[in-house]
Design a protein around this ligand. Sequence first.
Ligand code: SF4
Length: 70
Amino acid sequence: MKFAVDLAVCQNIGQCSFTAPEMFTLDDDGKLSFRNEATDEYVSPELTDDDADSAQSAAALCPMQAIRVD
Ligand code: SF4
């Protein structure tokens, strides 16, 4: 299982960084650090079961519905 963030939809609101801070970090500009690695979509490495649960919580709480877990 992996999560993906649609960086065109994400508005850097940061809710995910509170919900799952071990996976979603913000840079000094308050933007998801994934933006340094991808432009359109960031896809995570394979998740542990615990991380998959956290990613699903972050996806459920993202106000832009920018996170997909599959
Ligand atoms: S909660 Fe959603 S919109 Fe906010 S930074 Fe995370 S992915 Fe982007």
